[in-house]
Design a protein around this ligand. Structure first.
Ligand code: IVH
Length: 609
């Protein structure tokens, strides 16, 4: 039974909801804030309090109900109403003109057509399903046919309306767009993570993808994700004849669309818009890697249709990768958590793609030889989208004669043990199990987000715990007591208690995350999942033979050998035993319910070549 709610409370709640929703729309969709933060907070808090006093007032459409209290157990599969295909890329004006000519030929037409030109935001594609104007589902792309249900996470994005606006709502609307993070928001987030002793994200795209795949919606809620809509997979009750009308229609329904979209007729005009956006690229608040050019006329799109895996009516015209000239000041060698010693180049700082770059990867000694790189060399570097910059080539003609050969180390830069180079491998490795650099990196990896997710154990904390002799390997973490941490310079009573609580939660980690966290060579996130699902428990996996491992489709020779070798090492067995003694009991990982073909047996007949 629900308690009776006074009429004035009901009316006040409705008014507050309208104010908060309108303010979200103004801020996230129109990009024109109407309220000061303090005003917004006051309205929001009043609404939360009112709904707290009268729980009957709460409903899923309220702006206070974006973050639920529960944590999900997994992501259900969502078949897409139409496949989520990707776009063909063109890299130059010539290739773009060729695309235009090919569509002309296909349509047997020579007249210049109209196109939409949309920024290609570098994020993660997301599909939103509205029934009678209410957001009922959000799904990731998945394999293009079946995505993952991330509704609870998508609801936390304030740019995603929980209800569409307006009076003429489509009966059903499945809209597609991109989840992304603005550059300043991303930098602020990374600063915050670093201050909290957590790992920063490599780029906004990784952060989006990782945030949408969280089981606890409180995590995406704490990240500055935004959404922009650019396509419709299915609509009932409304028809839009052009992309321009479609985008205007989506905006009228309260969905965010890009303010940078323009329209142009003929290839020359499109090329001018492309160049203008390319020039303003760094000034935009978000990362874009090109433009998407789409036939504006829906009837023509219909005729153009699909070919293979991409539509014939649209194309992604990428921007050139970003390059800069600078000088390699010196080559430094660092030890990774598996003992691999890799070189990187310290560069004279240079602005590139919106950030100042002072380091580039060199991969390994062979790469240095291939480049013919000397210390002090002038070089051309590239930052292609999201990755760490790399050295493309040496600008030999600009050498000044003071360059020096790069010395490849023979001893570990951290512990001085002689390095080894496995036969047939390019990587140099430190074979010492006592190497501090490896031990500390292994701890950081263990605590990382995709591993045991122990917050508050960043690089500095791990280094400190190791140096004080408190934690030599991940198993030692589970014996830590708050009283041991409190006196250390980086820990107060609160953060000490926090870390101990985080470690405690990791005792019941899903098996795949524990396997990933252990840093077994070759065992990434995916392999960890495959192994956890196939073997169920750590004991069974530890006892698995090479042959048993190879029976799994996704396990190859190298992985099987590494896993067997890892579990055979007394050092690792001892660590696992110590973890078990501390109550570490990983939970089972079930195979997904998912997919259109789950549970079906597929019979193939005929001959295969
Ligand atoms: S349209 C059939 N429009 O780029 C239409 N895609 O391979 C397919 N993207 O995965 C997408 N901005 O995530 C479209 N304005 C835009 C886009 C866009 C970014 C992404 C999208 C897709 C990839 C294309």
């Amino acid at each position: 039974m629900t308690a009776r709610i006074p009429e004035d409370a009901r009316r006040r709640a409705a008014w507050l909801r309208e104010q908060v929703t309108a303010a979200d729309h103004a801020y996230y969709v129109l990009d024109r804030p109407t309220l000061a933060d303090s005003e917004y907070d006051a309205l929001y808090r009043e609404l939360v309090a009112l709904e707290g006093r009268h729980p009957g007032l709460r409903d899923a459409g309220s702006p206070t109900q974006r973050v639920p209290g529960q944590v999900a157990e997994g992501f259900a599969p969502v078949p897409h109403p139409v496949p989520m295909v990707s776009l063909e890329n063109v890299m130059s004006a010539e290739e773009f003109r060729e695309w235009v000519a090919s569509t002309d030929r296909f349509l047997k037409s020579e007249s210049a057509r109209r196109y939409s030109i949309e920024p290609k935001i570098d994020g993660v594609s997301l599909e939103l399903d509205y029934e009678e104007g209410v957001l009922v589902r959000a799904a990731t792309r998945g394999d293009g046919m079946v995505g993952e249900d991330v509704t609870a996470n998508a609801r936390t994005l304030r740019s995603i309306p929980l209800r569409l606006r307006g009076t003429e709502l489509p009966r059903r609307l499945v809209v597609r767009g991109e989840a992304y993070i603005r550059k300043p928001d991303f930098e602020a987030l990374n600063r915050r993570l670093e201050e909290e002793g957590e790992e920063p994200f490599a780029n906004p795209r990784n952060c989006c993808a990782g945030s949408l795949r969280q089981l606890d919606p409180a995590i995406p809620a704490s990240r500055p994700l935004r959404f922009v809509a650019y396509a419709v997979a299915l609509v009932e009750g409304v028809a839009w004849a052009t992309q321009e009308r479609l985008l205007a229609g989506l905006a009228a329904l309260g969905l965010p669309t890009s303010h940078e979209t323009t329209f142009a007729t003929g290839a020359d005009e499109v090329a001018r818009h492309w160049a203008s956006l390319a020039e303003r690229r760094d000034a935009l608040a978000y990362e874009i890697d090109g433009v998407v050019v789409k036939e504006d006329d829906m009837a023509l799109r219909e005729r153009l249709g699909l070919r293979n895996r991409s539509p014939r009516w649209a194309v992604a015209w990428k921007f050139p990768p970003r390059q800069a000239r600078t000088r390699v000041e010196r080559v430094v060698w660092t030890v990774g958590r598996t003992g691999v010693v890799t070189p990187s180049a310290d560069l004279a700082p240079v602005p590139l793609a919106g950030v100042t770059v002072s380091r580039a990867t060199l991969h390994n000694a062979d790469e240095i030889a291939r480049l013919g790189l000397l210390e002090g060399d002038p070089v051309l570097i590239e930052r292609a989208g999201d990755v760490i910059p790399k050295v493309l080539r040496v600008l030999e003609e600009q050498r000044n004669g003071r360059e020096r050969p790069v010395e490849v180390p023979s001893d570990c830069p951290e512990c001085r043990t002689a390095l080894v180079r496995a036969e047939g491998k390019v990587a140099l490795r430190c074979p010492s199990l006592a190497c501090p650099a490896q031990a500390v990196r292994a701890l950081i990896h263990f605590a990382s987000r995709l591993g045991a997710d122990i917050r508050g154990l960043g690089e500095k904390q791990a280094d400190l715990l190791w140096r004080r002799g408190l934690v030599k390997d991940p198993a030692d973490l589970f014996r830590l007591e708050a009283a041991q941490l409190e006196p250390l310079e980086r820990f107060g009573a609160k953060s000490a208690a926090n870390l101990v609580a985080q470690v405690d939660a990791a005792r019941r980690l899903p098996l795949d995350r524990l396997l990933f966290a252990r840093g077994i060579p070759e065992v990434g996130e995916r392999a960890a999942r495959v192994l956890a699902r196939a073997f169920g428990t750590l004991e069974r996996l530890a006892a698995a033979t090479r042959e048993e491992l190879l029976e799994l489709d996704e396990v190859g020779e190298v992985l099987a050998e590494q896993v067997v070798a890892w579990f055979a090492r007394p050092h690792n067995r001892d660590m696992l035993a110590r973890m078990a003694a501390c109550g570490v009991a990983p939970t089972r990982v079930e195979a997904p319910r998912g997919g259109a073909f789950a549970g079906l047996t597929v019979v193939l007949t005929g001959t295969l070549e």
